[in-house]
Design a protein around this ligand. Structure first.
Ligand code: GDP
Length: 361
């Protein structure tokens, strides 16, 4: 499955956030090596439709989609030079499908900032510089080879041209993602063989003081720093507290700081979208569930997420849109009203499709 790597300078609240994410109290301090080995934390993707479906079907349980976050410790200035942890750090980012930067905005004199002052803009630049330098190194390594290959292999001419273009952007201090060059775009795909870091989608978590959670002007200013990447604002300590409370207490605490949902829920939703993922829904008395597919997946591919046999033996999918199902109140009524569609193997799944697959085993 796809993963999002969490990176950030030391002391910005990564471990605190990650502890909330994994809902355990494994503090990095108690495990000196825990910051070296990557850890995985799983967060649910909030979807209000699930509870509605569970109500219609009388489902015993609800299973939301999830996103995997990997805690990648060890970014420091010079990481791109491959010193010590640097290599490991870059390798871990290379394996991630998206990059989540945690940025410190909270002010606390008791927590030392590595560069002596709290400045989201500078911190973002420090991290991006390391990623950009690492990409420039990859390019410098690949360029002579591509130049040679392009003399004999026509298809390498375009790759070389893309590399030259990418190099210009990186040398100007920009990430490729910030210029719209990412997987699925023409340039992004040409660059694929170089396994660059900055073509991965980025998202930013600003670890802010509680009063900044509701400060729209502040948030707009920070968001502008990272656009087109998404920015999320949360307080890591608050998230850790929330993760230890039951639902009712958590809601009360959230409301006391003017929030509708935990920052981690927002992170789950935004992370999921950043990865280019989508869900479809299944529902029955046993469970209502959101299944994860790539945007643009066909019905058989969607069936394959449940079981490879479902894809192999795919016959058709009975699809009712969530809105139609809610309007009709039951599958039987939706069928009677002609709202249940039989879709074949070329059908492209749409967000909110409620599906039942027909297949041969
Ligand atoms: P990491 O090095 O990025 O993993 O940072 P930690 O999660 O270990 O946090 C560093 C220090 O900052 C710890 O003492 C945390 O308790 C503190 N900290 C983390 N998040 C916040 C926050 O939102 N507000 C304040 N005031 N302190 C925080």
């Amino acid at each position: 499955s796809l993963t999002i790597g969490i990176v950030g300078l030391p002391n910005v609240g990564k471990s605190t956030l990650f502890n909330a994410l994994t809902k355990n109290d494994v503090l990095a301090a108690n495990y000196p090596f825990a910051t070296i080995e990557p850890n995985v934390g799983v967060v649910g993707v909030p979807d209000s439709r699930l509870a509605v479906l569970a109500g219609i079907f009388g489902s015993q349980r609800v299973l939301p989609a999830t996103v995997d976050f990997v805690d990648i410790a060890g970014i420091v200035r010079g990481a791109s030079e491959g010193e010590g942890l640097g290599n490991k750090f870059l390798a871990n980012i290379r394996e991630s499908d998206a990059i989540c930067q945690v940025i410190r905005a909270f002010k606390d004199e008791n927590v030392v900032h590595v560069d002596g002052k709290v400045s989201p803009k500078d911190d973002i630049e420090t991290i991006n510089t390391e990623l950009i330098l690492a990409d420039l190194q990859s390019i410098e390594k690949a360029e002579p080879r591509l130049t040679k290959e392009s003399r004999l292999q026509k298809e390498k001419v375009a790759v070389l041209a893309a590399v030259v273009e990418a190099k210009k952007i990186l040398e100007a201090g920009d990430t490729l993602f910030s210029k719209g060059i990412t997987k699925g775009t023409e340039l992004g795909d040409l660059l694929h063989e170089l396994h660059l870091l900055t073509t991965k989608p980025f998202l930013y978590v600003f670890n802010v003081d509680e009063d900044e959670l509701t400060d729209d002007a502040f948030k707009a200013e920070q968001s502008a720093l990272v656009a087109p990447a998404e920015a999320i604002f949360l307080n890591a300590k608050l998230e850790q507290d929330l993760s230890e409370l039951d639902d009712e207490e958590a809601l009360e605490l959230l409301q006391s700081v003017g929030q509708d949902e935990p920052g981690l829920a927002t992170l789950g939703r935004v992370g999921f979208a950043t990865l280019g993922l989508q869900t479809y829904l299944t529902a029955g008395p046993k469970e209502t569930r959101a299944w994860t597919i790539k945007q643009g997946a066909t019905a058989p591919e969607a069936a394959g997420v449940i079981h490879t046999d479902f894809q192999r033996g795919f016959i058709k999918a009975e699809v009712i849109s969530f809105a139609d199902l809610v309007d009709c109140g039951s599958v039987a009524e939706a069928r009677a009203k002609g709202k249940a569609r039989m879709e074949g193997k070329d059908y492209v799944m749409q967000d909110g499709d409620v599906v039942e697959f027909r297949f041969n085993v």
